[in-house]
Write a protein that binds this ligand. Structure first.
Ligand code: HEC
Length: 150
């Protein structure tokens, strides 16, 4: 019997764990920038729930600062969303990440729940892409450069 690969790849436990460790050691809350238009914890308008913090890594911040029109975010781009029940909650409800490693050349999608259990991890995750394909390079919270700051 042929087991469908797509389903098997929706929860890449090893890759997800490696990414989570990488993110934790990056200290994104302090070391990264905030996504354009998401300067602080804001009420999201998405299934990702109520209050979200959106962080982008230096690769994305630099692409935004360069202000050169792009068709896609550069390799090594990473964007992290932390979800919370309220504006000042300290217990995270979920973590979702889009990461574009050079080895993959496309987004790697990952979602963890409150207990840091991996819910989704992998490339081409249909559950994520069906909403995200509406965004420029599949990013929903902000556009590709050039970005006019509101
Ligand atoms: C039903 C639609 C929907 C689904 C399903 C969905 N997202 Fe999102 N996502 C959004 C919207 C809309 C935003 C914009 C931020 C907001 O409004 O909260 C967003 C924002 C994000 C962001 C911040 C960067 C960006 O694209 O704006 C990440 C990272 C993210 N989602 C990851 C994921 C992952 C990983 C999955 C699958 C496990 C997923 N999303 C599934 C709608 C969706």
């Amino acid at each position: 019997m042929i087991v469908p690969l797509a389903a098997a790849c929706d929860r890449d436990v090893e890759g997800g764990e490696a990414l989570l460790q990488e993110l934790e050691s990056s200290d994104y809350r302090n070391a990264w920038g905030r996504a354009p238009g998401w300067g602080r914890r804001l009420r999201g308008d998405s299934p990702h729930g109520t209050w979200v913090d959106v962080y982008i890594n230096d690769v994305m911040s630099e692409a935004i600062a360069d202000n050169v029109p792009l068709d896609a975010w550069p390799l090594e781009s990473q964007v992290v969303v932390e979800g919370w029940a309220t504006e000042d909650a300290t217990e995270r409800e979920f973590l979702v990440v889009m990461s574009k490693p050079t080895s993959l050349d496309t987004w790697y999608w990952a979602q963890w729940g409150a207990d840091e259990a991996l819910i989704y991890g992998g490339e081409d995750i249909a559950h994520c892409v069906r909403c995200h394909e509406a965004g420029e390079d599949e990013v929903r919270a902000f556009t590709l450069p050039p970005i006019s700051m509101r």
